[in-house]
Design a protein around this ligand. Structure first.
Ligand SMILES: [Zn+2]
Ligand SMILES: [Zn+2]
Length: 321
């Protein structure tokens, strides 16, 4: 919090030159809702992956989704370049945070190909953002600009949510070759892995991306995720979307062991575009409701559920990896 009052704040506001953002900055300065010293509450659901204008969903409908799914708070992730089909600006997320400061945990994201990307991210840090994400641009994982934002998160003691999708037209391609390099080099940043290629690596057998991004059937033990999670406590798994649910439901017995081996690195998340918690506008499926029910059915350890639904998200934000 003291950073919000740093002498750089004025320069930051000038840089962004946005009334909405300035208002959000004042909200950040006045609220204590996200302070690390807030007393621990009983388990309440934190969704680590939510957008606002998914299928043109309004801020109000996003809150309605949270209410309907019993979600206390959510990491709300902008996607400024719209390369993945959703375009959500960091300013919009800060605006939503200003209106619902005890429900929304604002992340930021910028086009990292622009020369002012790192300056803008530092500005969003001062304005109350808590991490970067969703990092989803058509750049390979070993691109220097991707490394630069990971390095900045390391410096800021932030998490970063990365969409890993190999193959042509993918995002951050090359997880198997390059993710460990970053985990080794940057041990303070929490890297939150999301999407198809991340989850395909739950198994030691990963089909080429061109063949399948959603492999099904029994998991072959000894996958890259198990190894990296064991070696690097700053790696977290974002369980959201079809990719997370497919990987976690393809081999129930394996999943139970996987969750037990890495109880502090699993984050409940939905990435759900629906409005009512029942999939009204999404073919009757709500990713949040579906995953909550599944986890409650397969896990009988209350501590593990609390970690997945709540405590791990707090840890990923605070940096106690
Ligand atoms: Zn997403
Ligand atoms: Zn939903």
């Amino acid at each position: 919090m003291p950073l919000l009052f740093s002498p750089h704040r004025r320069a930051v506001l000038k840089l962004l030159a946005s009334g909405v953002v300035a208002a959000a900055a004042d909200a950040c300065a006045n609220t204590s809702v996200l302070c690390a010293d807030e007393p621990a509450k009983p388990r309440s659901l934190i969704d680590c992956h939510l957008h606002i204008n998914h299928f043109d969903r309004s801020i109000e409908d996003t809150i309605r989704h949270m209410d309907a799914t019993g979600t206390a708070k959510a990491f709300v992730l902008p996607l400024e370049t719209g390369e993945g089909g959703v375009l959500l600006r960091s300013e919009t997320v800060l605006h939503a945070f200003h209106r619902y400061p005890d429900r929304i945990i604002p992340f930021c994201q910028t086009d990292i190909r622009q020369p002012d990307a790192l300056e803008r991210i530092k500005a969003y840090h001062l304005l109350g953002c808590r991490g970067i994400g969703e990092q989803k641009e058509h750049l390979p994982l070993n691109d220097k600009r991707v490394e630069a934002v990971i390095a900045l998160c390391d410096e800021l003691n932030w998490p970063i949510t990365i969409h890993f999708q190999d193959g042509p037209g993918g995002f951050n391609q090359g997880l198997a070759e390059h993710l460990e390099t970053y985990l080794k080099r940057y041990q303070r940043v929490r890297i939150i892995g999301h999407a198809q290629t991340f989850w395909a690596n739950i198994s030691a057998e990963v089909p080429p991306a061109e063949k399948s991004l959603y492999p099904t059937g029994p998991v072959k033990p000894g996958g890259l995720l198990d190894k990296l999670l064991a070696d690097y406590p700053n790696l977290y798994c974002d369980m959201s979307a079809g990719s997370g649910f497919n990987a976690l439901s393809r081999d129930e017995e394996f999943t139970i062991g996987f969750l037990q081996r890495h109880p502090r690195q699993m984050l409940f998340g939905s990435d759900c575009p629906c409005r009512d918690g029942a999939g009204e506008n999404f073919k009757g499926t709500c990713y949040s409701t579906q995953l909550q029910k599944y986890l409650q059915r397969i896990i009988d350890d209350e501590d593990l559920l609390t970690n997945i639904f709540h405590s791990n998200a707090e840890r990923a934000l605070a940096g106690e990896a």
